[in-house]
Design a binder for this molecule. Structure first.
Ligand code: EPU
Length: 434
């Protein structure tokens, strides 16, 4: 079992480069299945969720070559299996993108239901609504989702909730469907636009991605392309908060500042200085941190995936802050761990009240999901003394060499391997999904 050991209290300074976006990569890699020729995908982050996506592609028969420098060449023409088995699908929530991609290409798909997860109820009714609107039948049995269609036909799809996953899956299933598909109440996250740009680069006809109405005219053939995944908005935001928490001064490179607007605005309210350049931002703190209130919302609102990190920063600020979590019902599970480090946080339903104390103390803690793990790293960097973080496999699902990047900024963080049989939580990782 690997752990992070952090000796806190060091300012982060210098430069860091952000990797490709996890939530774009885990959709773009399955989307390659739709291509009728090989594709080259660049700026793919080195994280375990990507490794799982690559493994699934290979198991299906795709010819995948790692070309170095975060680049993969994927030839989907040899795919002859249309199934993602339980053993692989359970490890990654985003395995559901194989449903849309396989259905869109072969008119059939068989994918294990994504496992339970620690963020609360994660239904897939809207995904199924999209597939059936396009003409597919589904069958749920023995933990597997089977999709089948004689042919796919464009249709109007209205989502009852704003959902990233179902919007992406509807796009994947619709790009080759006959006629026009109109997706209404679509999600607008940067990774939706990135998937649309990738599909368009292969010859798809998509307009409106990034707004709440996406129109797709089906095409028969998608050609190969070379495409670079966008920088990770949440990794960038996590580093912004880590710099603020240590009162540091860092140039964060390979970012799209527009994608960071909601995070930037909140950090400025808290007292963090931010200077934007074309594809980098400088973040520094030279005064006190002050309270603020945060409500999570779909893009362009404040991302739920940054909620635990900003909450950690607010424990270091002066005054009482209120956080309202509007997306995931169980996204306050990190609070118990932060309390062990001296944080004063009270949770009532979807609202957390944070009494800023200005300091945290090191303690042994456990990551319970990806972003909770990121929050604990930030807490450990800012705390006095030593913080030991267990179950860091959650963090490695979504952050590319987090400890190496932090060390280069001056943090005292090391990863140690504790020789032990697989931890109970690791064994149950099927229940985690990001
Ligand atoms: N929802 C439904 N029915 C559905 C699908 C979603 O009711 O069929 C509800 C969910 O219960 C939730 C809301 O809609 O309350 C939003 O869920 P969404 O579908 O947008 O989430 P997701 O696609 O499963 C992605 C990210 C998450 C991120 C959310 C929200 C990926 C692989 N995951 O999940 O990322 O929190 O969007 O932005 O893209 C993370 O990176 O840490 C992470 C959890």
């Amino acid at each position: 079992m690997d752990k992070f050991i952090i000796k806190g209290g060091r300012r982060l300074t210098g430069e860091v480069t952000i990797s490709g976006a996890k939530n774009a990569a885990v959709a773009i890699l399955p989307a390659v299945i739709l291509s009728d020729e090989p594709c080259i995908i660049e700026n793919v982050p080195s994280i375990s969720d990507v490794n799982i996506s690559i493994r699934i592609l290979k198991e299906m028969g795709a010819d995948v070559e790692f070309m170095g420098n975060n680049t993969y060449r994927i030839d989907p023409s040899s795919i002859d299996r249309y199934c993602v088995p339980y053993e692989t699908a359970r490890k990654m929530r985003a395995s559901y993108y194989f449903l849309g991609a396989l259905l869109g290409k072969f008119n059939k798909a068989r994918v294990s239901m994504p496992g339970g997860c620690p963020l609360g109820d994660r239904p897939i009714d809207q995904h199924l609504k999209a597939f059936t609107a396009l003409g597919a039948d589904y069958n749920l049995s023995q933990g597997m989702i089977d999709l089948k269609a004689d042919s796919l036909k464009g249709n109007q799809i209205f989502f009852d909730v704003v959902t990233v996953g179902a919007t992406m899956n509807a796009m994947l299933a619709a790009v080759k469907a006959e006629g026009l598909t109109i997706i209404e109440n679509a999600a607008k996250e940067p990774h939706i636009v990135d998937l649309a740009n990738f599909l368009s680069a292969m010859g798809a006809n998509i307009i409106g991605a990034g707004t709440d109405v996406i129109k797709i005219k089906g095409v028969k053939y998608l050609h190969g392309t070379t495409y670079s995944v966008i920088p990770d908005q949440i990794e960038a935001g996590t580093f912004m908060v880590a710099v603020a928490a240590t009162k540091g001064d860092v140039l964060i490179k390979n970012v799209i500042p527009k994608h960071l607007e909601s995070i930037t605005k909140k950090l400025e309210k808290i007292g963090v200085n931010i200077q934007q350049f074309d594809d980098s931002i400088r973040v520094w703190v030279d005064g006190p941190l002050v309270k603020t209130n945060v409500k999570t919302a779909p893009h362009p609102g404040f991302p739920t995936d940054m909620q635990s990190q900003i909450a950690t920063l607010l424990t270091l600020a002066e005054g009482t802050s209120i956080i309202t979590e509007n997306i995931w019902e169980q996204r306050f599970r990190y609070v118990d761990e932060l309390r062990r480090m001296g944080a004063d946080i009270t949770v009532n339903g979807k609202v957390a009240l944070i009494e800023g104390k200005g300091k945290l103390m090191g303690a042994p803690v456990k990551a319970c999901d990806l972003r909770a793990g990121a929050a604990l790293i930030i807490a450990g960097l800012a705390a006095s003394g030593v913080t030991e973080i267990e179950d860091i496999f959650h963090i490695e699902r979504g952050y590319d060499c987090m400890e190496g990047k932090l060390r280069a900024l001056g943090a005292d963080i090391e990863k140690i391997s504790v020789p032990e049989t697989q931890s109970k939580s690791e064994k149950e990782s099927s229940k985690e999904a990001v």
